[in-house]
Design a protein around this ligand. Structure first.
Ligand SMILES: NC(=O)c1ccc[n+]([C@@H]2O[C@H](COP(=O)([O-])OP(=O)(O)OC[C@H]3O[C@@H](n4cnc5c(N)ncnc54)[C@H](OP(=O)(O)O)[C@@H]3O)[C@@H](O)[C@H]2O)c1
Length: 274
């Protein structure tokens, strides 16, 4: 079992899909006593579900949730920031508490303006966190104590891989690993379709395609080899795999990836102007 978090109380504002995935990771890894995890849910039905499923303390009153917590995780939608994170809530947060946000497109500066005087850590997780295979980039703001950074690394490390970054890189991270699962689902579906075309039953084709993506990702991470080196290892001269790769290159698969990442960056800029 992983070393426990050095926190007496951890608070979550928002226990939706991502909040729940993190809570699941923490409780499954035994990082904290579940009752010491407080979640502000905004419907009683959701609070009951989180309590019954994970043993956490789930309340409707956010001010009660954050009281005496050493770390407050912001896991609501960015559009809820102005209504949910008000002065009453900010005043209820312990003066030494660190604010940890998983919210897309909400800057450290904006969060620090709401929670004045608090250290802020901004993160960008992705949805495979829900199955313990997430990728979370962690950008600590100024004056974040090292212990808080280590706590953030432990929290997200129990649900997948982590990477320390600077906030200036977070939009690019969002376009690669934040939105990346969406791209990969499309690619898995496409490879499975091609398998069906080649005569495989649908379920078998999906399993073959999905595990091939999962396993290849694991090879890159565990061997530390550049993907091009691993690709060279599976392409014998004049063989079948290089013929498949040539077809992919003809289909401009690399160009499509550059375009996907740029499209996310462009869309994100456009949304900021609204
Ligand atoms: N999903 C992703 O791929 C992903 C990846 C990286 C980062 N993020 C970020 O993670 C954040 C959460 O996303 P999500 O997918 O978990 O959204 P979600 O499932 O909609 O969760 C948000 C939760 O916040 C609750 N909520 C709304 N207002 C509240 C309030 N005033 N007090 C307490 N709780 C409140 C909602 O409750 P109700 O349902 O009752 O309204 C809901 O359960 C977002 O900021 C997003 O940018 C998401």
């Amino acid at each position: 079992m992983a070393e426990k978090l050095n926190l007496k109380k951890l608070a979550f504002i928002g226990g939706g899909a991502m909040g729940e995935a993190i809570i699941k990771g923490i409780t499954r890894a035994g990082l904290m006593d579940p009752a010491a995890i407080f979640v502000g849910a905004h419907r009683q039905e959701r609070a009951d579900y989180l309590h019954d499923t994970y043993g956490v303390t789930a309340l409707i009153d956010n001010a009660e949730v954050v009281k005496n917590a050493e770390m407050v995780v912001l896991a609501i939608k960015p559009q809820m920031v102005d209504s949910a994170l008000d002065k009453t809530l900010a005043a209820a947060v312990d003066r030494n508490a660190v604010i940890l946000s998983i919210m897309g497109s909400v800057t450290i500066e904006k969060i620090a303006n709401i929670f004045k005087g608090h250290a802020v850590i901004r993160t960008m997780p992705n949805t495979p966190l829900a199955v313990g295979a997430g990728m979370t980039a962690i950008a600590p703001g100024d004056n974040v104590p090292d212990a808080a950074v280590q706590t953030a690394l432990k929290i997200f490390g129990c649900c997948g891989e982590t990477l320390l970054i600077q906030e200036k890189d977070i939009e690019a991270v969002t376009a690669v690993s934040g939105c990346g699962p969406g791209y990969v689902y499309v690619l898995i579906d496409a490879l499975a379709d091609a398998g069906v075309m080649a005569g495989l039953p649908r379920a078998a084709a999906i399993k073959l395609a999905a595990q091939t993506f999962a396993g290849s990702g694991k090879m890159v991470l565990e061997t530390g080899q550049h993907p091009a080196v691993l690709r060279d290892m599976v392409t014998s001269p004049g063989g079948t795999t290089i013929a498949g790769i040539k077809a992919l290159e003809n289909g401009a698969v690399r160009g499509a990836m550059y375009n996907a990442v740029q499209a996310v960056l462009d869309r994100s800029e456009a949304l900021k102007k609204h």
